[in-house]
Design a protein around this ligand. Structure first.
Ligand code: NDP
Ligand code: 8X3
Length: 252
């Protein structure tokens, strides 16, 4: 059996591009997400690459669903080499005094608790084998706060911190843990953040050549295919026109 990668949030953006990148390079791929029709379409597309594909349809916020999906994996699929904790979202950009509690809950439950549930289910499978590589999708939002980013930034700071502790906890088991912390990337991220308002979403990328999902997939593939003794701990990547969460050089 080829090497196996499990990607959360493979129905769009970084997750989808990562599934394609690894499939093209001979990995068997476990794709996960909530939108079943997208999983089905991607499964079909990935099957063109002479690899095996398995779809798992679950919500990372549901610990029971996550646990059961991983527990009931066919034996040969339990040898997961790479886990990409990618599923996540920002919802809203309200200042703290006007924040919408349901939006806060969605971000905390998905970006922090969901990542923990998936890691709790998958990491013991790596521990048993004494090898593995876990990627966590952080963000430059976890490195610096911005107006209205409050809870989203806090969830990504949590990912930053969890990545460090996961690397320590899993050290003696020979498991690599890498945070990828992107800046502005043109995916469905802003459409989700602005609840389907395309005008607001497009404005985020105005005058900037943003990162693409394929750029991030390329970086994940690079980190994953370095020699086994090399672990990239933390990789911050922005468009050339963006220095950090505050400074962006927009062309008008
Ligand atoms: P997209 O919106 O394009 O994709 C998000 C993916 O996450 C989708 O596949 C979605 O699948 C999945 N997802 C969301 N919520 C859940 C859930 N509850 N259960 C299971 N899957 C879920 O966004 P990106 O690809 O841009 O974002 C991926 C990650 O990268 C996120 O963690 C994001 O915070 C982070 N990031 C994004 C940046 C950007 O500018 N785009 C920059 C820095 C970090 P489905 O809806 O089918 O469940
Ligand atoms: C997404 C990047 O700067 O829009 O995590 O929060 S940012």
């Amino acid at each position: 059996m080829n090497r196996i990668i499990l990607i959360t949030g493979a129905t769009a953006g970084f997750g989808r591009a990562t599934a394609l990148k690894f499939a093209k390079n001979g990995y068997n791929v476990i794709i996960t997400g909530r939108r079943k029709e997208r999983l089905d379409a991607l499964e079909k597309e990935l099957s063109n690459y002479n690899i095996k594909v398995l779809s798992l349809n679950f919500d990372v916020r549901n610990s029971k669903e996550v646990e059961s999906a991983v527990k009931t994996l066919p034996e040969e699929w339990k040898n997961i080499d790479i886990l990409v904790n990618n599923a996540g979202l920002a919802v809203g950009l309200e200042r703290i005094d006007a924040g919408i509690i349901d939006d806060w809950d969605r971000m905390i439950d998905t970006n922090i608790k969901g990542l923990l549930y998936v890691t709790r289910a998958v990491s013991p499978l790596m521990v048993v084998r004494g090898k593995g590589h876990i990627f966590n999708l952080g963000s430059i939002a976890g490195k610096g706060a911005y107006e209205g980013g409050n809870v989203y930034c806090a969830t990504k700071s949590a990912v930053d911190s969890l990545t460090k502790s996961m690397r320590i906890d899993l050290l003696k088991h020979n498991i690599r843990v890498t945070q990828i912390a992107p800046g502005m990337a043109d995916t469905e991220f802003s459409l989700v953040r602005f609840k389907g308002n395309a005008e607001k979403a497009n404005a985020v990328y105005k005058g900037v050549t943003a990162l693409t999902a394929e750029d991030i997939a390329e970086v994940i593939y690079f980190c994953a295919t370095l020699p086994d003794h090399v672990c990239i701990n933390d990789l911050v990547i922005t468009p050339t026109q963006q220095a950090d969460v505050y400074f962006t050089n927009r062309k008008t």
